[in-house]
Design a protein around this ligand. Structure first.
Ligand code: FES
Length: 164
């Protein structure tokens, strides 16, 4: 058995826009399609690793950010099953005995579902990567000269990777 060490690769935070740029997709959107009100961005990994070669070029580097029923979510845009873009999916309530207590996303390609708060999939071991998300007050330089600005910045960070 060889010696090896595990370390956690810290990922940097990225500002993805102001909170007002993310309209709630549950409003005026009966089927809760994400596409009209989401943002996808390519954010390469801090260590430069990427999983190239899939059908959707740099999908593995993309984060999908949207708001549903008051909660902002940041997730991989790549479906854990077979790399389809989740921005084409739709969001739904998870209910227990008729009481909503969570939300999930359904992939458009084969219909698999993933919990938006745990990442757990409904089939097999596939799990969706959830990004960290923070709301921050704009710094004076990014807020311009508008002292009354109440909008907040949305920052996201890829979950840490374990390195061996
Ligand atoms: S690619 Fe998403 S469910 Fe198959």
């Amino acid at each position: 058995m060889g010696d090896y060490q595990e370390s956690v690769q810290a990922e940097p935070w990225h500002m993805v826009g102001l909170a007002s740029a993310f309209p709630d997709i549950s409003q005026d959107n009966e089927r809760c399609h994400i596409l009209p009100a989401c943002k996808t961005m390519s954010i390469p990994r801090a260590n430069g690793d990427g999983q190239s070669g899939n059908r959707f070029s740099n999908l593995s580097d993309q984060v999908l950010v949207f708001k549903y029923k008051g909660f902002l979510h940041a997730i991989d845009n790549q479906c854990p099953h077979s790399s389809f873009p989740l921005k084409q999916g739709n969001v739904f309530d998870i209910e227990d005995m008729g009481t909503p207590h969570g939300a999930g996303i359904r992939c458009f390609r084969h219909g698999w579902k993933f919990d938006l708060f745990s990442g757990q999939g409904d089939r097999g071991p596939h799990k969706l990567n959830l990004w960290d998300i923070e709301l921050r007050q704009p710094s004076p330089s990014s807020a311009g000269d508008t002292p009354a600005c109440t909008d907040q910045e949305v920052w996201v960070r890829r979950p840490p990777q374990t390195q061996k």
